[in-house]
Design a protein around this ligand. Structure first.
Ligand code: CUA
Length: 312
């Protein structure tokens, strides 16, 4: 049975160690206390009408034992926890930095080579990475269970976290702080890649990882972009209402804008809305969409538009 998530970082074993230590200790004491409680309640049961409780004023030996032993145990729990915590809060000097921005309801990652990705974090196997994180709007929380790391992102300040991924694979990243309607969809994937695959990705060979597998039609590609970039958090594809207008039958529709004018939804309007979302906001919706300028390439925007057009 899997009691804890997969262990995929250098912290996993240590965090689990502290967890199990405290858990097993608690279970041992729970059993000890419960068994004694039941045993004593039979042993010291009043047996006759004139069976008086003896008058006991104190027992120094017992009192010392039940003060000293728990104190030592508490100190051990504290020290053990502190040692692991200290390591988790101290990134090694050679850690690679990744800038993380959280906003309703996407994750944006910026790397030292200038690349940036949405809802996909690429890291190299066995190479420590440090996340320098901030929030654009409200509190969010960066949580990767397989790495045993969790840290809040706070508007107006930087927080940080580091880890060393020890297992190649794909892991879930959750937002672990309720941040509004799209919170439950604020999900990302962490890709732990071999050094070779990672340097291919770093050099910009997109085929390796994301967008341009040439076998895909623009529509299919757009569909990938839709789910990868967090569009789904706000824009439904089935006509249901969301934080933003639904994509179903959006293309060609006449939308009333907040300034009272109307506009026919065409390629130019879609493109503008992706790059400068606040330019023409549809009536009844808050201007809360983040700009995807510098995040999506022209080809990716083309693909998204093709996908939106296909949703009739
Ligand atoms: Cu971001 Cu919950």
């Amino acid at each position: 049975m899997n009691w804890v998530p997969e262990a995929a970082s250098s912290f996993a074993g240590k965090v689990d160690g502290v967890l199990w230590f405290v858990t097993v200790l608690s279970i041992v004491f729970f059993i000890l206390i419960t068994v004694l409680l039941i045993y004593f309640s039979f042993k010291y049961k009043r047996k006759t009408e004139n069976d008086y409780t003896p008058y006991i004023t104190g027992n120094q030996t017992l009192e010392i034992i039940w003060t000293v032993i728990p104190s030592i145990l508490l100190f051990v729990i504290f020290a053990y926890g502190l040692i692991v915590y200290k390591e988790m809060r101290t990134p090694p000097g050679d850690a690679v930095e990744v800038n993380v921005t959280a906003k309703q309801w996407i994750w944006i990652f910026k790397y030292q080579n200038g690349k940036s990705t949405i809802n996909e974090l690429f890291v190299q196997h066995n190479r420590p990475v440090k996340m320098v994180m901030r929030a654009d709007d409200v509190l969010h929380s960066f949580f990767v269970p397989a790495f045993r790391v969790k840290q809040d992102l706070v508007p107006g300040m930087y927080t940080q976290l580091w880890f060393n991924p020890t297992k190649i694979g794909t892991y879930d990243l959750f937002c672990a702080e309720y941040c509004g309607t799209g919170h439950s969809q604020m999900l990302a994937k962490v890709y732990v890649m071999s050094p070779e695959a990672f340097s291919r990705w770093e050099k910009g060979d997109e085929e390796e990882t994301t967008t341009f597998a040439s076998t895909k039609s623009p529509e299919e590609l757009g569909k990938d972009m839709y789910s990868k970039n967090g569009c789904a958090a706000c824009h439904s594809i089935d006509g249901s209402a969301g934080v933003g207008p639904t994509f179903k039958a959006l293309y060609g529709k006449n939308e009333s804008l907040q300034d009272g004018t109307t506009i026919e939804v065409d390629e130019n309007y879609l493109r503008e809305s992706i790059l400068i979302p606040q330019a023409k906001v549809v009536q009844g919706f808050a201007p809360s969409m983040p700009s995807f300028k510098g995040i999506l390439t022209d080809e990716e925007i083309d693909a998204l538009i093709a996908y939106i057009k296909s949703l009739k």
